[in-house]
Write a protein that binds this ligand. Structure first.
Ligand SMILES: *Cc1c(COP(=O)(O)O)cnc(C)c1O
Length: 411
């Protein structure tokens, strides 16, 4: 073994008892019986609650936290988070329906995403949800829908900034983007709002996702707030909301280090006096998906077969890329890297082996771990993919090869 290879960051969020992973206070072997079938996703409500507490502890008290639902739209998870955060950001009419089922008031829900259709806009206006406008054309459509309903639409402008979030896993701002309105075109839009009968709530500036570099996030926050202040000066009414995005990352791969949240909080604390002076009416919102839920979730599947092929051992499981595309390396990864994967019912085995974990799909892409050192597993042992609470089931092609979809439980 080459000792210089980076390893996965130690993941200690779930206790281990009798060598078995515990989630939601239940041992994994017992949870399997409770769920009834493998594969499944399990999310730990206590871990989600703890994570929101950590954010509140380190971020200025004036900052509002929104949950970006696309990371995990399981209704039970969304209901739990609705009681912990200040608002929910949705990206489709389907997600909006789940958010409206929570006790949150509709003006704490905002709807972003390009290509919103007339009927979706109509639903949102009728509900009183804030529409994050992605283009001038969408602004015109919203005005038409509002007029037809006789309701004043509440809108925010999603701005494509003139800078980007450096070292981000997925860049969603800066340069040419399908998201938001280029910053230099926003002043012209602002001039039209009043005549179109739209109520401006504020601005939404989201520049990227899965970032573990605290310095890059600090820089983006500083620039985002400057841009927000500049745009607010040109707004016809005072700005009530400035959504400065999020993008806080979690460690997935060997060599990744957890995000330094305290320094991000300190930087925001330093920016608060400027914000209070320049945007006295504005609520500052940070929207996070992954950071709130990823580490609270696991994906569990069962070893069906140990297969030896020319000296290499494969564990063939009942789970795979159709349930967990991200762990297979096919959701935005440039070079395939292993998620943290363990044998959940034998976490610390004395006997280790290097194996590849694959699923039942007839494609070489169906791989959950590639040449990873794990406890030696037997048939019926439980393979656990950690860091699976975000972009797991929801980002997976569950219809591919027509196996049954996984169950999801909140424990
Ligand atoms: C995807 C998305 C998010 C959530 O990103 P995470 O990396 O899960 O925190 C937030 N806001 C917008 C606009 C998004 O598109």
């Amino acid at each position: 073994m080459n000792n210089t290879l980076p390893e996965h960051a130690p993941l200690t969020q779930f206790p281990i008892q009798d060598n078995c992973l515990q989630i939601g206070g239940i041992s994994l072997t017992r949870l399997v019986h409770r769920v009834g079938t493998t594969p499944f996703y399990a999310y730990d409500r206590h871990k989600i609650t703890e994570r929101i507490g950590l954010l509140r502890q380190h971020l200025p008290t004036e900052i509002q936290l929104h949950y970006a639902m696309k990371a995990n739209p399981m209704p039970a998870v969304v209901q739990l988070l609705a009681g912990l955060v200040d608002g929910i950001d949705v990206a489709s009419a389907g997600e909006m329906k789940i958010a409206l089922d929570t006790p949150l008031p509709p003006d704490k829900i905002s709807f972003a995403g390009p290509g919103k259709k007339k009927h979706e806009l109509t639903c949102a206006i009728a509900a009183g949800v804030i529409l994050n406008m992605e283009s001038e054309q969408e602004m015109m459509l919203i005005a038409q829908c509002g007029e037809r309903l006789g309701i004043t639409p509440k809108v925010a402008i999603r701005v494509n900034p003139n800078f980007e979030l450096k070292s981000s896993g997925m860049k969603m701002g800066g340069g040419s983007k399908p998201f938001g309105v280029d910053a230099e075109r926003v002043p012209d839009m602002l001039k039209q709002l009043h005549a179109l009968g739209l109520e401006l709530i504020g601005f939404h500036i989201f520049s990227g996702s899965q970032n573990l570099n605290a310095e890059a996030i600090q820089e983006a926050h500083t620039q985002t707030i400057q841009l927000g202040i500049q745009l607010a000066e040109q707004a016809p009414t005072s700005v009530k909301l400035l959504n400065i995005g999020g993008g806080f990352g979690v460690p997935y791969f060997p060599g990744d280090q957890a995000l330094n949240l305290p320094v991000i909080g300190e930087n925001l604390q330093k920016l608060m006096p400027v914000i209070k002076r320049q945007l006295p009416q504005a609520q500052i919102v940070i929207e996070l998906g992954r950071y709130m839920v990823a580490e609270a979730g696991i994906y569990v599947c069962r070893v069906l077969e140990r297969k030896l092929s020319r000296g290499h051992t494969f564990l063939i499981t009942d789970g795979g890329l159709h349930h967990h595309l991200a762990a297979s390396g096919n959701f935005g990864q440039v070079i395939r890297k292993n998620y943290p994967v363990i044998i959940g019912n034998k976490v610390h085995g004395t006997e280790k082996e290097v194996v590849s974990v694959v699923g039942p799909l007839c494609t070489p892409l169906d791989m959950l771990a590639d040449r990873l050192s794990m406890t030696k597993a037997s048939i019926d042992d439980l393979v656990v993919v950690l860091q699976s609470g975000a972009y797991g089931m929801t980002a997976s092609p569950t219809a591919f090869l027509n196996h049954p979809p996984p169950t999801e439980v909140l424990v």
